[in-house]
Design a protein around this ligand. Structure first.
Ligand code: SF4
Length: 262
């Protein structure tokens, strides 16, 4: 393959700048303003300002496990309609009722248990969420990972979006992008996170936007079946370049002007 069609993968910082230039601030994590029932994005707001927002982000991070955001959002809407806004409300709601309210998010019985466990643990810390999540980062991350039902993606989402802490969130879209661009051959969670944090400035704002922008790219271009035409990262993407080369070859081969073409 010629050098022009097998590019050196775009470095993460440049990928970020391209994505930001294309899509702008994404306003994650979406939270529900007073008077509304479903979450909204807040471009330019930065870290959450209220305890209620922090609680909603923690709950949303659990609800979003193994499902898409719109299912988690429906579950949040149902919780809010039932008056469940805070972790204290989660604690006070019977597990069965909670499970019924969050049915749309899938695995609802398990998730109800996870939410109860999380709310109980947060209450046991005897602090506001804001204060609890401002503790020493490595210990806090371990504490979250020790909770039943909290894996690395959920823990880092809570730290970054609810706590405003520099924890880089990796999801399936990030791992897919890492493999396709050529950053990593086997992009598991820890390796992908390590690769990116070593190459990006340690910045809450950047981590916040980076994750959200990757999700946006995954919806618009880097889908399971990628739509590479028009992708802002195409010229620095190994997978996209190979795909483009194959398409060019097939087009040329099927042309009646090419000798031997059918
Ligand atoms: S959409 Fe295509 S070009 Fe863009 S990052 Fe994904 S595989 Fe690469």
């Amino acid at each position: 393959m010629s050098r022009g069609l097998s590019p050196i993968p775009l470095p993460p910082a440049r990928a970020y700048r391209r994505l930001y230039a294309r899509y702008g601030a994404q306003g994650w994590w979406p939270t529900t303003p007073r008077g509304a029932e479903v979450p909204r994005y807040h471009p330019g707001r930065g870290a959450p300002v209220s305890e209620r927002d922090r609680a909603e982000i923690c709950v949303g991070a659990v609800l979003a496990q193994n499902t898409n955001w719109s299912n988690a959002e429906k579950a949040l809407g149902a919780l809010h309609s039932a008056g469940v806004w805070t972790l204290g409300d989660v604690e006070r709601t019977a597990e069965r009722s909670l499970a019924g309210l969050i049915r749309s998010s899938g695995y609802f019985r398990q998730k109800a248990k996870k939410l109860k466990a999380f709310a109980r643990h947060a209450a046991s810390r005897g602090k506001t969420l804001g204060r609890w999540l401002s503790g020493p980062l490595p210990e806090l991350r371990r504490e979250l990972l020790d909770l039943w039902g909290v894996g690395p993606e959920t823990a880092d989402s809570i730290l970054l979006y609810a706590g405003g802490r520099p924890a880089f969130v990796v999801d399936a879209y990030t791992r897919r992008l890492a493999a396709r661009l050529g950053w990593l051959r086997r992009p598991d969670y820890a390796r992908t996170q390590d690769y990116l944090v070593r190459r990006l400035p340690k910045s809450v704002r950047l981590y916040n936007e980076f994750h959200a922008l990757v999700v946006r790219l995954a919806k618009e271009h880097c889908r399971a079946k990628p739509v590479c035409g028009g992708c802002p990262l195409l010229d620095g993407c190994r997978y996209g370049s190979r795909l483009r080369k194959r398409e060019t070859f097939l087009k040329a081969y099927s042309s009646p002007l090419v000798p031997g073409a059918i």
